[in-house]
Design a protein. Sequence first.
Length: 339
Amino acid sequence: MDRSSLTRSRRIAPFVAVAAAAALTLAGCSSDSGGKKSEEGGADASAGKASTPRMTVALVTHQSPGDTFWDIVRKGAQTAADKDNVKLVYSADPNAGNQANLVQNAIDQKVDGIAVTLAKPDALKGVIAKAEAAGIPVVGLNSGVSDWKDLGLMEFFGQDESVAGEAFGKKLNEVGAKNAVCVVQEQGNVGLTQRCDGVKKTFEGKTQVLNVNGTDMPSVKSTITAKLKQDSSIDYVVTLGAPFALTAVQSVDESGSKAKVATFDLNKQLTGAIKDGDIQFAVDQQPYLQGYLAVDGLWLYKNNGNYSGGGEQPVLTGPAFVDESNVDAVSEFAAKGTR
């Protein structure tokens, strides 16, 4: 099915809302400053269970070096690739212009499909149009739920960050928080902005925003510590990624603050911190599922003309909360690197 056929199909397709219930994202997100471009071909796995012809899919994200969130996304994508007889080529760069160049590289390699994150959608608009003009189907994941349709993507797999932020704000009300600081590790990342805006919309207390350099953890730690010393009334530190939550715990200890820490996204270490009571709760957007569905969605389109959500609605992978009531069940999977 070519792009024009897909467009005609969308006009008659029913509006299908596909929702995958989740427990925790974008935007496991990364910084726009610093970090080298990483580009690596996925291991040439032997033919998977599918008997369909071998195809190549490029997964291009805005991962910054050392951001382990993306290891989970990639593991999900590789699982789907192995099953579907897909060669997965992964590349990433936190700089939006460089990420666009990586998408262009995928076009030049004439891949069969591209899955891309849209942390800074305006920078990717032109190159995505080039992919579609070349007849390469493109799907979005993780970041860009508000922009994927405008950019002409076929499908989107991820969390609505505004909805997640609003749910977080309501949770803060439930636990009796009065003054929260929302720590943003990458200025200009639309998903992170939507998270903090969502918190502010529903949280009945005071919401402050603190920008930090997410590529420099010592700086993150010192900036949060200084903020807590400067404002002793802060009773909750809200972080937008698991590594920053764990660093915030150290900042609370060093500052002598009585603030508690809660976060978006989780990993193996964070589930342990929830068990220990160092982190109160996390919002899970299921990054493994995002990577898996993005690759599987491209395979389904190529081999059966399917497009999830009917081309009209995103496939939601979150949000849901992980706290002391359910962390034991989730940590079993987090230990395997899949949650």
